[in-house]
Design a protein. Structure first.
Length: 276
């Protein structure tokens, strides 16, 4: 009998997330907004063990509430900055803010960081992304050498168009930003995952760890979770729970689930039953 020698290497080290040619051990991305304090944010980032953190460029530049001292509060030698274009209603605005975000990353010591989380959201009530503006901005930013991670509705056709335009990932929403409604677009997200040749990052709407695990079990490559952690009663504890759910969901996806059957199927053998 041939046995495989055990390894002390964590599963996440053997299954890295690769975006734009850069490898990451953690598949959980987090944000920096809505925390009750910088201390709570720092503790949550540590508890989540995340390696990518998104930062709203406009809020940092304007020193918006909760963002003062943000750059100094995060260890940018350990965490990769993902500048985002939150607050941009048009493609033109998003392109300008993306360029500012690249300079922000340089200020944090990440000279080669061209990542941008692209958000074009003219709808201030439901915060749903503009597909046309997103595609237009993505095409231009890719031409300028950015590693573009676009936030989109769970639209399989748009996801494919963005991939063809050169985006490094696609980021379909599970449900509206900050709603905590969970995965409301599972069928469309499944189609995006099935057809994508770039990582699929489920972004927005996840409220509890079971929903994070669900997204990963479906085959999503990563998650971006902010509100569910920042607005929890105990943000660091929720951050750790989300990290565990992300890992569990990924492991379950690789393990392969039990096929769904129409009828019951006894787990005990038929042979050797009393009276048989």
């Amino acid at each position: 009998m041939v046995t495989t020698a055990p390894t002390s290497e964590p599963p996440s080290h053997r299954d890295p997330l690769v975006i734009g040619g850069r490898s990451f051990r953690s598949r959980l991305m987090t944000g920096t907004g809505k925390y009750p304090s910088l201390a709570a944010m720092q503790a949550s980032l540590t508890a989540s063990d995340c390696e990518i953190v998104t930062v709203a460029v406009r809020r940092v530049q304007s020193q918006a509430a909760g963002h003062g001292g943000l750059l100094e509060a995060i260890d940018w030698q350990r965490i990769w900055m993902l500048p985002n274009t939150a607050g941009c209603a048009t493609a033109e605005e998003a392109i300008r803010v993306a360029r500012l975000g690249r300079e922000l990353a340089k200020l944090a010591g990440q000279e080669d960081n061209c990542f941008v989380k692209l958000e074009v959201i003219p709808d201030t009530r439901h915060l749903l992304p503009d597909p046309f503006g997103t595609l237009a901005a993505a095409e231009q930013l890719v031409k300028e050498g950015f590693t573009v991670l676009p936030y989109i509705n769970a639209d399989p056709l748009l996801a494919k168009r963005l991939e063809e335009a050169g985006c490094a990932t696609v980021m379909p929403l599970g449900s509206p930003i900050g709603s905590g409604q969970g995965i409301r677009n599972a069928a469309n997200i499944a189609l995006i995952i099935e057809n994508a040749k770039v990582p699929v990052v489920v972004d927005a709407g996840i409220g509890v760890p079971s929903e994070a695990a669900q997204a990963m079990e479906m085959g999503a490559d990563a998650l971006l979770i902010n509100s569910a952690i920042a607005l929890a009663g105990d943000p660091p504890a929720m951050a750790r729970a989300m990290a565990m759910a992300c890992e569990a969901g990924r492991s379950a996806f690789h393990a392969g689930r039990l096929p769904i059957r129409a009828n019951a199927n006894a787990s005990s053998p038929e042979v050797g039953r009393v009276g048989s």
